[in-house]
Design a protein around this ligand. Structure first.
Ligand SMILES: Nc1ncnc2c1ncn2[C@@H]1O[C@H](COP(=O)(O)OP(=O)(O)OP(=O)(O)O)[C@@H](O)[C@H]1O
Ligand SMILES: [Mg+2]
Length: 318
């Protein structure tokens, strides 16, 4: 019980597969792959992790690397802006490396092509001086993570032997994650807080942990040590998170539709965001949670639950 107390949720991330909760299918896929590597002394297969933001892709990648005792190299897709950037990453790798490319869909098509050719040929051709030079590559493992697999080239996807699909978490799973993290951080939290946070986190550990962090901030600002429902309610008020976990932009979105505006470009300009952000970031959860529907002509509409929620928001004057 004499665990050190940390102030930041990210300072106590799970470090082994057993500590990761939920995603049982992904965990099983990884466990089988790890066992088979160990049995035959092989490297981990090239893998693609697909799923929404904050569902654990990076955490799982780090754990695979730990379990394989690999050298872990993490790169963001958008940080590769030239062939020399890509070559530098590939040339740094050894046979014991795991190269983790996060946001892989941000890699330009020509780099994605180079990447799968590099996997096939285990060498790269570097032009410089008078003649191009061929340089052999190590037998590394490539892990790709993406929230948008449709932006990845099919030949690159097909070279990934393991496809790990991340789903949203149930409220029960989120409660377990929150409780486990609080214990690891040495934070005292009332059980009911976990339940309410899990209902307001859209099935996403990152959002749940962010809200837990906000509760801790309120709690400590008062000089207290035990996180209570009162701290949680104050945090939600400060963060403008409602009882369904919607932020202020989503609440605005629902209000705009309730006012009769149904076209994406009109809604986006009312909110003041690019249409793509509205359709890719804001709408998926509203559709998933049954608050809105879209028809074939792209018109948005509130569902009955959506109408009820807007009435609730108006009555609480959020
Ligand atoms: N299954 C899990 N068990 C425990 N904690 C988890 C789990 N999944 C995610 N987390 C925690 O949630 C937070 C977000 O996870 P992570 O950064 O790995 O998500 P991500 O999928 O990589 O997000 P992004 O797409 O934005 O890069 C981290 O603190 C991580 O430790
Ligand atoms: Mg990540």
């Amino acid at each position: 019980m004499n665990e050190p107390i940390h102030n930041d949720v990210s300072s106590a991330m799970p470090t082994s597969l057993n500590h990761l909760k939920g995603q049982s299918h992904v965990k099983q896929q990884i466990a089988v792959a790890l066992d088979s590597c160990q049995m035959d002394n092989l490297k981990f297969d090239h893998s693609l992790m697909v799923g929404g933001p904050g569902l654990g892709k990076t955490n799982f990648a780090k754990i695979i690397s730990c379990e394989m005792a690999s050298d872990y190299q993490e790169v963001l897709g958008q940080s590769i802006t030239s062939f020399s950037d890509l070559n530098a990453v590939l040339l740094k790798a050894t046979d014991k490396s795991i190269i983790f490319i996060d946001e892989a869909h941000e890699l330009k098509k020509e780099f994605q092509t180079s990447l799968y050719l590099a996997l096939d040929n285990r060498k790269i051709i570097v032009s410089g001086g008078n003649s191009p030079t061929t340089i052999p590559l190590a037998d590394f493992t490539l892990l790709l993570a993406s929230t948008d697999e449709h932006c990845l080239l099919p030949p690159l996807i097909s070279r990934m032997c393991l496809l790990l699909r991340f789903n949203y978490y149930s409220e029960d799973e989120l409660q377990i994650i929150l409780k486990q993290r609080s214990i690891a951080l040495g934070w005292d939290v009332d059980d009911f807080v976990f339940k309410i946070i899990s209902e307001r986190s859209r099935g996403t550990p990152r959002l749940a942990l962010r809200l837990l962090q906000a509760c801790r901030r309120v709690c400590r600002s008062l000089g207290e040590t035990n996180i209570t429902v009162e701290h949680l309610m104050k945090s939600c008020e400060l963060e403008q998170i409602d009882n369904k976990g919607l932020g202020i932009t989503e609440q605005q979105y629902l209000q705009i539709i309730a006012d009769g505006m149904t076209r994406l470009n009109v809604i986006a300009s009312k909110i003041g965001l690019p249409s793509q952000t509205v359709s890719k970031v804001i709408e998926p959860y509203l559709i998933r949670s049954g608050l809105i529907v879209k028809d074939d002509q792209g018109r948005r509409q509130l569902t009955e639950i959506g109408h009820l929620h807007v009435s609730y928001l108006c009555s609480t004057d959020v």
